[in-house]
Ligand binder design. Structure first.
Ligand SMILES: C[S@@+](CC[C@H](N)C(=O)[O-])C[C@H]1O[C@@H](n2cnc3c(N)ncnc32)[C@H](O)[C@@H]1O
Length: 350
């Protein structure tokens, strides 16, 4: 068992501060046996809860994230074998492959031979018999795809940043140029080493936060960050390509060809992503779980403000402690107000 999950390139991951988050929770001497991580992302919080022996429930709006949750949180014992890993990477001459990625994303995110290999790998993953092997293979494929992208996202058509022969002040050309095969093997081995059994029935489900039917003693809320200035790239725009991979047979019907990056509209929603409605969404979620312990990750200079969030807890009959986890002093931050990571720990008023 490891202390935290491996490094991933996911926007908003709490990996670096998860141990501090947990220390603050422990310092409150709260009694809880189960947790619900309702904006699960990379699974950092659920993995920590799993390590701590809790029944860990993970949920996220995206299917690709949910498969990561199934691989690392729900899965207590299963590891992918070398034979399965080789099967995923090998083109089967007797199988009639489709090449949707190559057809639709040509010259957008990856080189032609890489697109072709991604097509083959997805279809081979779907042919694996064991479900958990499938989830682990998907996890490794997502990490591979992310690490080979400039800035690790899919919201721009910018393959040229990789292929132009210029000196760069950013990015990591050495990593971009590692082969998909080598990266995939590395990430499978890495995932295997993180799988452990806490002897609890942990789960991972795909759901929007407001329609999630799960519950637990402690609800962890880490919603998308919407800055008060409003320059906001939503999660769907950043990661739509990974959602397309896990919907391989149907995603073609959702491609927006008017956008240069051929964004796949599958699963796009404004819930918790819109400047005008995020405060209401947060309020509805807190109301839904106001008889539980709520732990809320918050970054300032966002919507709602720290004061507004505090009021939402009070209006919902909860008392809360606000803890400062750390401040960022980015060189680019021109205003005097430092960016800070906070934790609200709330419980029902007696
Ligand atoms: C700040 S990230 C969470 C990061 C996570 N705690 C971690 O450490 O990796 C927010 C997550 O919310 C998910 N998300 C966005 N809108 C959502 C919604 N309406 N319902 C549920 N999840 C949503 C995104 O897919 C993203 O993974």
């Amino acid at each position: 068992m490891k202390n935290t999950l491996p490094v991933t390139r996911y926007y908003g991951s709490k990996r670096k501060i998860i141990n501090q988050i947990w220390e603050f929770i422990e310092s409150e001497n709260l009694e809880f046996d189960s947790t619900l991580d309702i904006f699960g992302g990379t699974g950092t919080f659920s993995y920590k809860a799993k390590i701590e022996g809790k029944e860990a429930h993970y949920s996220d709006i995206f299917k690709f994230n949910t498969l990561i949750g199934k691989a690392l949180i729900q899965n207590n014992t299963h590891k992918i074998t070398d034979a399965e890993l080789n099967f995923v990477l090998t083109k089967d001459d007797n199988f009639n492959y489709k090449f949707f990625i190559k057809e639709i994303f040509s010259d957008i995110y990856y080189l032609e031979h890489e697109n072709e290999l991604i097509d083959i790998m997805v279809q081979n993953i779907n042919r694996l018999k064991n479900y958990y092997s499938k989830y682990i293979a998907y996890y490794a494929l997502f990490q591979t795809c992310l690490i080979k992208r400039p800035f690790n996202t899919f919201h721009r058509k910018n393959l040229n940043l990789r292929t132009n022969d210029v000196e760069r002040q950013f990015g990591n050309k050495v990593t971009w140029e590692k082969s998909i095969e080598d990266l995939f093997r590395k990430f499978c081995i890495e995932a295997n080493s993180y799988i452990f059994n806490n002897n609890r029935k942990n789960t991972a489900t795909k759901s929007s936060a407001l329609s999630c039917t799960k519950t637990a003693d402690l609800i962890y809320i880490d919603p998308p960050y919407v800055s008060e200035k409003g320059s906001h790239v939503d999660y769907h725009s950043r990661y739509h390509f990974l959602e397309a991979l896990v919907n391989y047979e149907t995603f073609k019907d959702y491609v927006n060809f008017e956008k240069l990056n051929h964004e796949v509209k599958l699963g796009k929603t404004l819930e918790f992503e819109s400047k005008t409605s995020i405060s209401n969404d947060i309020s509805s979620l807190i109301q839904k779980y106001n008889n539980k312990i709520i732990v809320f990750s918050y970054r300032n200079k966002g919507i709602p403000s720290i004061k507004e969030l505090k009021n939402i807890f009070i209006e919902n009959n909860m008392c809360c402690r606000i803890c400062l986890i750390k401040t960022h002093s980015y060189a680019l931050n021109k205003s005097n107000k430092a960016l800070g990571e906070y934790l609200f720990i709330a419980k029902p008023k007696k």
